[in-house]
Design a protein around this ligand. Structure first.
Ligand SMILES: Cc1cc2nc3c(=O)[nH]c(=O)nc-3n(C[C@H](O)[C@H](O)[C@H](O)COP(=O)(O)OP(=O)(O)OC[C@H]3O[C@@H](n4cnc5c(N)ncnc54)[C@H](O)[C@@H]3O)c2cc1C
Length: 404
């Protein structure tokens, strides 16, 4: 009896050549790409995907065309029903007022900027293909390394040894702290408030970004109806005030109604979205910038490597490129017989990702800090600048950066 108990309490030890940490969209897609890369057998890949308490992520994500191509290549769109995604063929960006938005219209010819897809649909579709990959359902609490491998210690006492860790453990990455990767934190004092509203007109597959008094708001078309999924960035103190109101959704709708009064676009709260109760969800915006997302036998990917403001809907699009870049670096270097922890793999990933992460961080910071500036002059300058930009091809710089 005693020996059974002792055995039960002994740490279980496993080895995988490569190990992904994080069960969010980035960790899931990274694991799938490794599996499909033909660089590893399924049992050589480990996936640490902590169990989460009943959490219903009814958020949607905007995937640009390049990202959609990538998802298609991974067979993730094959079984989607038409109600699972909404194509975008027009984007409008409004400055301080609802006159002269910056506009990109692809409705004629029939091209798309990308599509909005529900997060849980993508995640389920990935997990379906990863049944043969060993999952570990506990959090990483510590790590150590010697010259040959890195060891991950999990909360449930499991020990995993590996040659390379791909850490996708989110914007507050614990792995990042454990391996002493420096992150520059940006204090934004904003919260992202997300939910669904009903529009007075059909959305016509148009995504809208507006810089309202309350803060930047993104309106993503949802299904083929007049419903939008919004992400409102809002100062923390205003957020608390709004939540204390009996009808916060009505307050947000009123704010939008006054902003869009010139174009006669109206919004109202919605009780249910499909079969779900429409509840507001909030996300603290901890933005950070990381120059070198690598450390000994460790690579950061996804929000662990860069957390940018969601106003341009590009955070996860960047993460997908991280995953492709990891595969490219592995493929290019393993053919020379390099060890998985070799510096050449880490530096080719870092060199590939840095310029793109810098560009996206710079553009989202510029828009966020510019349009939330307390100075009317700055806001007016940006709005006028947008009107001028709209008349030139220069505006395509935004579209091109959004598709890196
Ligand atoms: C409101 C909102 C709207 C957005 N809209 C868009 C959009 O339209 N388009 C877009 O491209 N991006 C968008 N983004 C950004 C996008 O959601 C994120 O970039 C993306 O979800 C990041 O995924 P991730 O897997 O890297 O991190 P996360 O989703 O945070 O996952 C982290 C994972 O790590 C696990 N973990 C944490 N700690 C540990 C540990 N110690 N050990 C092991 N595992 C651990 C967690 O359990 C979790 O599974 C939006 C963000 C917000 C907040």
């Amino acid at each position: 009896m005693k020996s059974v108990e002792i055995k039960k309490n002994l740490p279980r030890e496993y080895f995988h050549k490569i190990c992904v940490v994080g069960g969010g969209l980035t960790g899931a897609i990274m694991t799938l790409m490794l599996k499909k890369s033909n660089l590893f057998r399924s049992d050589e890949i480990g996936w640490i995907k902590p169990k989460i308490k009943d959490f219903n992520d009814i958020r949607t994500t905007f995937f640009n065309e390049k990202s959609l191509e990538l998802l298609r290549g991974l067979n993730l769109l094959k079984n989607l029903e038409s109600s699972d995604y909404t194509f975008i063929n027009k984007i409008q960006v409004f400055g301080m007022n609802s006159f002269s938005p910056l506009e990109w219209d692809y409705s004629n010819p029939k091209l798309n900027f990308g599509a909005v897809i529900k997060n849980d649909i993508i995640l389920k579709s990935v997990i379906e293909q990863l049944k043969d990959i060993k999952h570990y359902q506990s959090l990483v609490t510590n790590t150590q390394h010697d010259d040959f491998e890195r060891t991950l210690y999990l909360k449930d006492k499991t020990i995993i040894k590996t040659y390379l860790v791909l850490a996708a453990d989110g914007k507050n990455s614990y792995l990042r702290k454990l391996v002493s990767i420096k992150a520059f934190q940006k204090k934004v004092n904003h919260v992202a408030l997300s939910g669904f509203l009903q529009q007075s007109k059909n959305h016509n597959n148009t995504a809208i970004q507006a810089f309202t008094d309350l803060g930047p708001i993104g309106l993503l078309p949802f299904e083929n109806k007049n419903i939008i999924n919004f992400v409102q960035s809002i100062e923390e103190n205003k957020y608390k005030q709004i939540l204390s109101k009996t009808k916060p959704e009505q307050y947000l709708s009123d704010n939008l109604n006054s902003f869009f009064s010139d174009v006669e676009l109206k919004f109202k709260p919605l009780q249910k979205v499909n079969q779900f109760n429409n509840k507001l969800s909030s996300w603290k915006l901890d933005l950070n910038f990381i120059v070198n997302p690598t450390a000994y036998r460790t690579i950061l990917i996804g929000d662990a490597a860069h957390s940018i403001h969601p106003l341009a809907g590009q955070g996860f699009n960047l993460s997908l490129r991280d995953c492709s870049s990891v595969i490219k670096s592995l493929r290019n270097n393993l053919k020379f017989g390099h060890d998985l922890g070799d510096n050449s793999i880490l530096s080719s990933y870092k060199d590939d990702r840095l310029p793109k992460t810098v560009a996206m961080t710079a553009i989202t910071d510029f828009l966020f800090y510019g349009f939330t500036s307390k100075s009317n002059k700055t806001q007016l300058f940006l709005t006028k600048g947008m009107e001028t930009l709209n008349k030139t091809n220069l505006k395509n710089i935004f579209r091109d950066i959004a598709s890196v």
